[in-house]
Design a protein around this ligand. Sequence first.
Ligand code: DAH
Length: 347
Amino acid sequence: MDINSIKAQIDSEIGNINSPETLEELRVKYLGRKGFIPQLTGSIPNMPQGERAAFGQEVNALKNKITFLIDEKQKAITGKSTKLPLSSVDIGLPGISQELGHLHPITQVTNEICAIFSQMGFAIVEGPEVETEYNNFTGLNIPLEHPSRDVFDTFYLDAGKNENQESRIKDRLLLRSHTSPVQIRVMKSRKPPLAVVVPGRVYRPDAVDASHSFMFHQIEGFVVDENIKFSDLKGALEVFAKGVFGKNIKMRFRPHFFPFTEPSAEVDISCIICQGKGCSVCGQKGWLEILGSGMIHPRVFKNVGYQPGRYTGFAFGMGVERIAMLKYGIDDIRLFFENDLRFLKQF
Ligand code: DAH
């Protein structure tokens, strides 16, 4: 049947209906699964492309008309509409609540640390996670034979290319293994005075366990100007450590070695669990290591083209997961990355 004959037919048939049963038969005949309307709709795919849209619209209009006629008839026969009366919607039912998320604990701790340095006048700068071998190592005075440059300790992106050593150290790309390369980027593009913190992701091919992850977060910081002293480093780090861990912690600087700082120091805080008496968290030592630091090596200044002897500066770098684990007493780094809401909701 074509559209026009269906139109004519429904108009004549609907007039003769006077019981709910015959109305239902009529509904099935036109709108039911095998009724006229679904038959028309089903024929659309076989029509020429250009006629489908117009035909579809006509069928739809006819379907709406038939639905309307049946509904009117239903009301006339029974006094009830086939549509749900308004009162059947229970407006007292509780709605479907939309849960609000919040920032990830690592983001929260990163923001907190950056805010403390921001208040001391540091700018927040980010750098790329795909970095050159030069910025990640060579520019930072890390020698070619340093173990961290091994392919087992750094993710190289184009290992195998550029076997020629000269172009290799200039061009090879890698996933940065620390945030320190942003020192090179910033020092090359800006002039002192500089006070910068750099939050971001870093990557190392470590086997995952309770304290290692192939991806984690660091915050690098550095200050460069004329006359920056080790005491400036101590002052800034003390404000940071007391801001994060509380006014009562003590700090100590242990001599250490980093290629890009001289002298270098690792920084410990008194154990926040046992207040320095010795417990399982601090391995009975009373101290917890929180970061590496030192005075920027003159060779780093030379590598970025600063006039020899003119500037001094300090730098430091910390792992955000480690700070967060100490601050909240978390004993497994994997918890940060498993997306388990039972864990995340606690922050
Ligand atoms: N880049 C070092 C690391 O990933 C951390 C570090 C140590 C950064 C000493 C510094 C520093 O800026 O002075 O282990």
